[in-house]
Design a protein. Sequence first.
Length: 72
Amino acid sequence: MKVLDLIFKSNQGKLHTLKLNYVNENLAEATVKQTMEQISQSELFKKGDEIIYATPVKAKYVTTTDDPVTSF
């Protein structure tokens, strides 16, 4: 399964990751950049005085594989 990780820096300098499941796996770089800018400009995600997704840093697809040991 692929997950899109959008990594941002908060206004307090901490890194935060927004993980998106079930995303299009062929998104253009420009589309992702534009979306991340919109998220940061909205200032929608706050925790006290911290704006969680203040500055876009990077985006990446993460692929996860399951290796089952056993099933019942």
